[in-house]
Unconditional design. Structure first.
Length: 163
């Protein structure tokens, strides 16, 4: 009987992981285009509010560009409208572009692999995550577990619809 291997073969190593999970609100409706290869591509921006406020009380947020390809892109074009609450799972990608002043800049893009529409009513995030812990520079594993539990519960809810 072969025992399971607990050690990697010589030269093997664990692959790197690139995973991005965000919840937020679509800032603009998804726009559908087609690449020269014919593959559909949808693009939209979403804002993700952090659990912080600026000294003037204004919320702190991040703005992400989200790219979606294939059949999911066509669904996004129909379903992702300005103001839609979303759960997006994908990978981070850095792209280079030339701004309107001719300067080359880097842009971080989420390449979406799964997207869900969220109905935020009745989702007791306060019960799942400790907001004060989220504001810290270092997170306990319990907070990470809370995030993962929240994602699992969101994906399994009847009022959270996959696109």
């Amino acid at each position: 009987m072969n025992e399971p291997k607990n050690t990697p073969e010589e030269g093997e190593r664990m692959p790197d992981v690139n995973l991005m999970v965000v919840t937020g609100k679509a800032v603009k409706s998804a726009v559908l285009r087609y690449r020269s290869s014919g593959i559909p591509k949808a693009e939209f921006s979403m804002v993700v509010e952090r659990p912080f406020q600026k000294p003037n009380g204004e919320p702190v947020s991040d703005l992400f560009l989200v790219d979606v390809y294939g059949p999911l892109a066509e669904k996004c074009a129909d379903m992702v409208k300005e103001g839609t609450d979303l759960l997006v799972i994908g990978t981070l990608s850095k792209e280079l572009y030339t701004n309107k002043f001719g300067k080359r800049e880097h842009l971080v893009v989420i390449k979406a692999k799964q997207i869900w529409i969220i109905d935020r009513n009745g989702i007791g995030v306060e019960e799942k995550l400790n907001i004060e812990q989220m504001r810290q520079d270092h997170w306990d594993l319990s907070l990470l577990d809370g995030y993962l539990d929240l994602i699992r519960s969101l994906v399994g809810r009847a009022d959270v619809r996959p696109i």
